[in-house]
Design a protein around this ligand. Structure first.
Ligand code: PMP
Length: 413
């Protein structure tokens, strides 16, 4: 069934806004998505009628808040087919989820000379935590080079595994190039070599059906704010036996079982990794975001995003002097399209788009090593979601032509 995009759009008041006197065209979904009223209303409802801290209170409101958080955890576990809700750890975002593993698993399990395998297309949040760990542990960082079209190949990755490889951390979908990774085969490769796999699912989980058991990954990190949920909430899914064996990440309230002046024992999963008061309202509202996504369904979302991505690629490829990055084949792409207009700096391109009411992202997209490899300062990036429309892409095309005219980018340049 085609998506009822107009119905979806009615849930997002912000999409009816004007920007710089033009209707807003929001194409910065890879950075963060807009929030449907169901999510915003649930936040207001929680703070208006149920607000209390969780776990420690015997009073009714605290019990209600605790139940609502437990219910959200259950929904998110089902959403990614995690075997148990306890394997869902709430963090602030993807970045914190990856740092949690780098600290709590890495410091206990990594020895000098061990290898951490990454790729050259990673977001800084799946790179810098491992650099910090490697420095502390005396471990070595190794990198799988992406293919010329920006995809990752299991064959190429295989060449980088050694007997010392302990973990392979890779993105499921590149936020800079839009390339989709063969997640299952890459996770299987790690298993074959006795290493763990960590999947950066920040761009994948919002757009594709995710089944952690079928994918066979050991850890998966993602953020609520890129999937209709609020900022301030992320998820680390981890295999239960691994989480059990890991040390806590942060110390404080809630993560303990018993505390003496000089020592403590730790709580059971997942609370061992959830020190302090979490973003209670945000977690509950994330549950509503997951319900909202599930009600639309990934089959329809996927089909719609593909239609939009094809049109975006057509628009860009028809224009002379416009470079498009990432895979040629639509099958290898998500709804993220990176481009440059002649040799105009992407920031300047972005300003012309903004004057047309079109919100795109520009810069290095937290992938500086990849930009260095491509020998560019950055890119302009359009990224779509379920509420975007084909007419909006015509506004994008108009802004692109304006940018070319303004900077006099022609084939004769
Ligand atoms: N990984 C990827 C692939 C991303 O696109 C992002 C967000 N741009 C992150 C990690 C980090 O997400 P967050 O800022 O929510 O921690």
């Amino acid at each position: 069934m085609p998506l009822d995009v107009e119905k979806i759009r009615r849930d997002f008041p912000i999409l009816g806004r004007a920007v710089r006197g033009k209707p807003l065209v929001y194409l910065d979904n890879a950075a963060t998505t807009q929030k449907p009223r169901q999510v915003v209303e649930l936040l207001a409802h929680f703070y208006g009628l149920h607000n209390a801290n969780i776990h420690r209170g015997v009073h009714t409101l605290s019990g209600e808040a605790t139940k609502l958080v437990d219910r959200a955890r259950g929904k998110i576990a089902r959403f990614i087919n995690a075997p148990k809700p306890q394997t869902i750890v709430f963090t602030r975002n993807t970045t914190e989820a990856i740092n949690l593993v780098a600290r709590a698993w890495g410091e206990r399990c990594l020895k000098a000379g061990d290898e951490i395998l990454l790729t050259d297309i990673e977001h800084h949040s799946n790179l810098v935590p491992w650099q910090m760990l490697a420095q502390r542990a005396g471990a070595k960082l190794c990198f799988v080079e992406s293919e010329p079209d920006g995809t990752l190949s299991a064959e190429t990755a295989r060449r980088h595994f050694t007997a010392r490889t302990r973990i392979f951390a890779f993105t499921a979908l590149s936020n800079a190039l839009g390339s989709v990774s063969p997640v299952g085969p890459l996770a299987a490769l790690a298993r074959e070599y006795g290493a763990l796999s960590l999947v950066d699912g920040a761009q994948w989980v919002p757009h594709r059906p995710t089944d952690v058991q079928a994918l066979g990954c050991d850890f998966l990190a993602f953020s609520a704010h890129k999937m209709f949920g609020p900022t301030g909430v992320g998820v680390l899914y981890g295999r239960e036996d691994l989480l059990e064996a890991m040390d806590p990440f942060l110390g404080g309230g809630d993560m303990i079982s018993e505390v003496w002046l000089d020592r403590a024992t730790y709580n059971e999963l997942p609370y061992k990794f959830e020190a302090g008061t979490p973003d209670i309202g945000g977690i509950i509202a994330f549950g509503a975001a997951v319900d909202y996504l599930a009600a639309i369904g990934f089959e329809d979302i996927g089909r719609h995003e593909r239609l939009l991505s094809e049109r975006l690629l057509d628009i860009l490829r028809c224009e002379a002097e416009v470079a498009v990055y990432g895979p040629r084949r639509i099958e290898d792409r998500g709804g993220v399209v990176s481009f440059n207009v002649g040799d105009v700096h992407p920031h300047d391109v972005g300003q012309i788009f903004d004057a047309e009411g079109v919100a795109i992202r520009v810069g290095h997209h937290c992938c500086q090593p990849l930009m260095r490899k491509l020998n560019i300062p950055g890119t302009a990036r359009a990224s779509v979601y379920a509420y975007n429309t084909l007419p909006e892409l015509e506004a994008f095309a108009k802004a692109l032509r304006k940018a070319k005219e303004f900077f006099r980018v022609t084939s004769a340049r």
